[in-house]
Design a protein around this ligand. Structure first.
Ligand SMILES: [Fe+2]
Ligand SMILES: [Fe+2]
Length: 215
């Protein structure tokens, strides 16, 4: 009879069906990253040592950026970031065409928030989705992150006093809002439902760790 580690490996291996060589090499990486037993995971002894140094620096960094440490499960952390990002969009939409410096600074702040958020999702949650046999949604969402970068590029290149600025920001906000709604209402609950308590708290630790790296 298979032990629990073997069963986990089999479940993980069986979860993937894509056939390209790229997919196969990504799958190997996912198997090691999502070793649910914790052995050989990113939270090993070396990582724990590094985590102390990261944590020591975190308070100062968060204070500088006007942020507070996130609390709750991984999906609560990500939903809170969605909300904060949408609020930032609303502040940008409240500017007028004369506030060019303010707009430039706010776009930088928006880019920072979205980069941190994408880093957490792309390094932990989307790989976990693929491991749970939801590669379709993971690929779709990751593809949309590419367009997030495109909007950020266009807005940072754009004349901040242009009459095209706010319509572009509005279009970008709508896209982010739809993306966040799909994550919060469909994809994340489905993933969470299939996780054990241990797997769920492991994903929370990994999301927080990736967020600290970007803080
Ligand atoms: Fe996302
Ligand atoms: Fe998200």
């Amino acid at each position: 009879m298979a032990d629990s580690k073997t069963t986990t490996a089999r479940r993980s291996t069986g979860a993937r069906s894509r056939s390209s060589s790229t997919s196969r090499s990504q799958s190997s990486a996912q198997r090691s990253a999502f070793n649910w037993s914790g052995k050989g995971s990113w939270l090993g002894a070396a990582a724990a040592g590094a985590a102390f140094a990261i944590a020591a620096n975190l308070g100062r960094k968060l204070a500088m950026q006007g942020m507070s440490a996130a609390a709750g499960d991984w999906d609560d952390v990500l939903a809170a970031e969605h909300e904060a990002t949408l609020a930032l969009f609303d502040k940008i939409l409240a500017t007028d065409d004369s506030q060019t410096t303010k707009r430039a600074l706010m776009i930088k702040k928006l880019a920072y928030a979205l980069d941190k958020h994408a880093h957490e999702e792309e390094h932990v949650v989307y790989p976990a989705l693929r491991a749970a046999n939801d590669a379709h949604d993971a690929d779709l969402l990751e593809g949309e992150h590419g367009y997030v970068k495109t909007y950020l590029f266009e807005l940072s290149e754009m004349d901040k006093g242009s009459s095209d600025f706010l319509p572009k920001v509005r279009e970008f906000r709508d896209m982010i809002s739809r993306h966040a709604k799909m994550e919060e209402e469909e994809v994340f609950p489905r993933l969470k439902q299939g996780l054990t308590e241990e797997q769920n708290s492991h994903i929370t630790s990994l999301v927080n760790k990736e967020g600290f790296k970007m803080a």
